[in-house]
Design a protein around this ligand. Structure first.
Ligand code: FPP
Length: 264
């Protein structure tokens, strides 16, 4: 990448430029998925309510969406609300729902201006009606965009997604529209929320936890996992750039044999 291109993508921060210069733009991950964690700890360390951590986390979402679009990534999916998160205190849940609505209201224009197609991965129908309406508006009004596919995973869990896929395929088999003998991986993939996306090749998790937390269980089968101690509200462009640089240093084998050593 030339210095002019780096500047165009990254802006004037010298450290970010230096990191961006290490990226091979011909080998970008196609789909980056992020488990955003540590909002609560970020707030607690500042003696603030948890919701302030989520509010600050929205800024990090803005930053990574903008960076992913500028880099030319194909897809970005962030885990914003799991099916387990309903167990949190009601004021935290309603606060998060409010942030979602606000996010679409405030960001829709920017998403459109950056040719970003917005989507939801998860049980949209299970969200409060006013939040659904706002999200559906975001989906509809960006449906013609051809750049980054940006998805919020909401009311999502990998196990419930797979359970639902099994149920739907079983119903079709019972009705005689699917022959059980023809069930293969491609058929299952077509039933996932992510059917329109490439599978994630880079999974980022913040706040140092080494877990996948029920996120895209089928889809991350071969994803490279990159964990940082940075708490989500502190995550910015430079962290995403570093994750991509490190991703490109890894050799991906998909269960095959490494070219360097000949070992499996
Ligand atoms: C995990 O931190 C974070 C969440 C459960 C929610 C993530 C939500 C946002 C970043 C804001 C909403 C996003 C948009 C785009 C409106 P945690 O609360 O589990 O943190 P902790 O482990 O430190 O307690």
């Amino acid at each position: 990448m030339t210095r002019a291109q780096v500047l165009e993508v990254i802006g004037s921060d010298r450290d970010e430029q230096a990191t961006a210069a290490l990226i091979d733009f011909d080998r970008l991950p196609r789909h980056v998925a992020i488990i955003m964690d540590g909002n609560g700890r970020w707030a607690k360390s500042r003696f603030l309510p948890r919701l302030e951590g989520h509010r600050a986390g929205v800024e990090s979402v803005r930053s990574v969406v903008e960076t992913a679009a500028r880099l030319g990534l194909e897809a970005l999916t962030v885990y914003a609300f799991s099916t387990e998160n309903w167990k949190r205190p009601t004021d935290e849940v309603s606060g998060l729902m409010g942030l979602l609505k606000l996010y679409i209201r405030r960001e829709l224009r920017t998403l459109q201006d950056n040719n970003i197609r917005f989507g939801v991965v998860g049980g949209l129908d299970g969200l409060p009606k006013d939040v659904q309406d706002e999200l559906r508006r975001g989906i509809a009004e960006t449906s013609q965009m051809t750049g980054l596919k940006f998805s919020l995973a909401l009311n999502y869990s990998g196990r419930s997604e797979l359970t639902d896929v099994v149920r739907r395929i079983a119903v079709a088999a019972k009705a005689g529209t699917i022959d059980p003998e023809t069930i293969d991986e491609a058929l299952i993939e077509r039933h996932l929320f992510t059917a329109h996306l490439p599978e994630p090749d880079l999974l980022i998790r913040t706040s140092g936890e080494m877990r996948v937390s029920n996120f895209l269980l089928w889809q991350i089968a071969y994803a490279e996992i990159w964990v940082t101690d940075v708490l989500w509200p502190d995550f910015r462009r430079r962290h995403l750039l570093q994750a991509i640089v490190d991703f490109q240093k890894r050799e991906r084998r998909y269960g095959g044999i490494t070219s360097a050593t000949g070992k499996a």
